[in-house]
Design a protein around this ligand. Structure first.
Ligand code: FAD
Length: 281
């Protein structure tokens, strides 16, 4: 059992991870070894105290180096589901289960609500985890939304299991190429009855499938942790970064505007102190 699970390797997650590590807590930190794609994309950052005029690439590299120097290594896995129990949280990532006494959501802001019908068929044909649910669709016709290069190996894995994979890639140079993979245009709607049965496509076609795997860099917070109070795309928190779920805290862009590095690191730090207090109470 970990003292804390942190989800997100952006500045909010890093700030919290550093604080908990300095207090010698046993933590598990999920995200990407590349830290934050958003920070990496910033051309010039001029409002991060002490960093001067710095490129996002440089600052992200410094974040990575700081984590390494402190012995913090993120677990390169997407968290797809969290379940609260009375005293701890069960976190599911890549078909593995982790348990932690406290939880920090530092996932960045998740834009968009997915495809129309996606939420309705979640667990009834829609899945966010190829490793967890792929075997359920052995020999079947399935569809995959691949949101980036880092998920291509999961598409290849699904292609080995399924009879046919209809693939919609959300970026131009998708390198997945297998005889049973057919690239399709954008998905317009997820359809079915009790279970997902078909997808409507942007070219007007309707294709019959048993499942849709949505492989994205983020999962909407309320999908990750049902019962979480939201205000639109943002997690509702108080000044102690507490969410509506006891023991679960949130920090950074996921709690609302302004979307800024300094807000993210500040909130990550407040959350970590509150987590410490909870662990020790
Ligand atoms: C182009 C651009 C320029 C910007 N310029 C500036 C600037 O000049 N100054 C400034 O202050 N701010 C700037 N920002 C905003 C700043 O980058 C964000 O406010 C900041 O990165 C937010 O940090 P965060 O930790 O909340 O989230 P992010 O940095 O978005 O990090 C979230 C992390 O969570 C991970 N994650 C999400 N879901 C899961 C999951 N289910 N399982 C595992 N990991 C998960 C993601 O992979 C990511 O690593 C800019 C943003 C962009 C896009």
């Amino acid at each position: 059992m970990y003292d804390a699970a942190i989800i997100g390797t952006g500045p909010a997650g890093l700030s919290a991870a550093l604080c908990l590590k300095l207090h010698e807590k046993n933590l598990i930190w999920f995200g990407s070894p590349a830290m934050s794609a958003k920070v990496e994309k910033s051309e010039k950052i001029a409002n991060y105290p002490g960093a001067g005029l710095v490129s996002g690439e440089e600052l992200n590299a410094r974040f990575r180096a700081h984590a390494e120097a402190m012995g913090l290594t993120p677990v390169d896995q997407m968290v797809t589901s969290i379940m609260p129990t009375r005293d701890y949280f069960t976190v599911l990532a890549n078909n593995e289960i982790y348990e932690a006494k406290t939880l920090l959501l530092a996932t960045g802001v998740v834009s968009g609500k997915g495809f129309p019908g996606e939420q309705e068929y979640l667990g009834r044909g829609v899945s966010y985890c190829a490793t967890c649910d792929g075997f359920l669709y052995k020999g079947k016709r399935i569809a995959v939304f691949c949101g980036g290069k880092r998920f291509e190996h999961e598409v290849r894995y699904l292609a080995e299991i399924a009879e046919k994979v209809y693939l919609f890639a959300g970026y131009p140079d998708c390198a997945v190429d297998a005889p049973n993979v057919e690239k399709i245009p954008a998905i317009r709607e997820v359809r079915g009855g009790l279970k997902l049965t078909s997808l409507a496509l942007a070219d007007g076609r309707e294709i019959e499938v048993s499942a849709l795997f949505c492989l994205r860099g983020a999962v909407a917070p309320a999908t990750l942790l049902p019962g979480l109070e939201m205000d639109g795309a943002h997690i509702v928190v108080n000044r102690r970064q507490e969410t509506s779920v006891p023991g679960c805290y949130a920090a950074g862009d996921c709690t609302g505007r302004p979307y800024q590095l300094t807000k993210a690191v500040g909130e990550g730090n407040v959350a970590a102190h509150e987590m410490l207090e909870r662990m020790e109470s």
